[in-house]
Design a protein around this ligand. Structure first.
Ligand code: ZN
Length: 311
């Protein structure tokens, strides 16, 4: 399977306004796409990313106002990590503190990792790494470019026993083990060429609680392929591995297939094409509500029902 790394992570949030404020004002990401949940057009589906929506920088949310928070635990993607420069860590300590975002700090494979949550409790991390990462962060007036979020570093999947997930990633999805910390039960797999944006960490939590879906939990993680041909080849590989795989679906900005991995996390494979500029210019990404064709004739009612956003 020719995976190029992570494509996007999709999680669940409650209040869209608080969510937008946190990701754009505190973390300095760009709201690059304002659309609706294709299965429930009365709610937003919002995408945050770098300036152009580069695959591997994209965090998206579904909004289920009034629903309970989930519980972090096994069978879940429990950590979504961005790559920052090693010398940016002091800046982010100060910035998170200034915004009253409580964080903890740990050393992971030699990198300093700041861990915190978003307003709904989603587990987020900044990995301050010396590893080369040429990706450019979105420009933000309060965040020097050298300190910005450069796209994802990794995702952490927590499992009571990661063996079957590990086998799927290594034997069927082109993953390879690159680092292991037996003391904490963490194994890092690299996809494709590896590097920040192409890591999946498997964390063994044999005695921890089982995760429960809800606000502040990850809905699915998506891996990158270049195009439809690579996606259909990946689909055949998943089927050969015995997974229940969806048909290929058109998500307007990419084409997707889905399968639940043996440990319970929903995996997606998404194409780099056509990309987020397919329905609006890069300069104005996210400025207006974009609707799939089937909802366009209901635009007025849909727009009236959606809450305003602080952008
Ligand atoms: Zn997705």
């Amino acid at each position: 399977m020719n995976l190029l790394g992570l494509h996007h992570v999709t999680a669940m949030a409650g209040d869209p306004a608080a969510n937008v404020a946190f990701y754009t004002r505190v973390l300095g990401l760009r709201l690059i796409k304002r659309t609706v949940n294709f299965d429930d057009p009365s709610t937003y589906h919002l995408y945050f990313a770098d300036t152009v929506g580069t695959p591997g920088s994209v965090l998206t949310f579904f909004y289920w106002a009034g629903q309970p928070r989930g519980r972090h635990g096994s069978g879940q993607a429990t950590g979504t990590a961005w790559s920052i420069a090693a010398e940016a860590v002091a800046f982010w300590r100060a910035r998170l503190a200034a915004h009253q975002v409580a964080f903890t700090e740990e050393t992971r494979f030699g990198d300093t990792v700041l861990r915190f949550t978003d307003p709904d409790g989603l587990g987020l991390e900044l990995v301050a790494t010396a590893e080369a990462d040429a990706r450019a962060p979105h420009a933000h007036p309060e965040i020097p470019a050298a300190h910005g979020l450069r796209g994802f570093h990794s995702v952490t999947l927590t499992h009571a026993d990661p063996a079957r997930t590990s086998a799927l990633l290594i034997e069927r999805m082109g993953g390879r083990e690159v680092l292991r910390d037996a003391a904490v039960g963490r194994v890092r797999l690299a996809l494709g060429a590896g590097g920040p944006g192409a890591y999946v960490d498997l964390l063994a939590a044999p005695s921890g609680p089982r995760g429960v879906p809800g606000l502040g939990t990850v809905h699915h993680i998506a891996f990158r392929v270049a195009d439809d041909d690579a996606e259909l080849a990946a689909r055949a590989e998943w089927l050969a591995a015995g997974l229940q795989v969806s048909p290929q679906m058109d998500r307007n900005y990419f084409h997707s297939i889905y399968a639940r991995e043996p440990g319970g996390v929903l995996f997606e494979i998404a194409t780099d094409t056509p990309g987020f500029a397919v329905d609006e210019p890069v300069e104005s990404l996210g400025a207006t509500l974009k609707l799939p064709a089937q909802y366009e004739r209901h635009r007025a009612e849909i727009t009236a029902a959606l809450p305003p956003l602080p952008v």
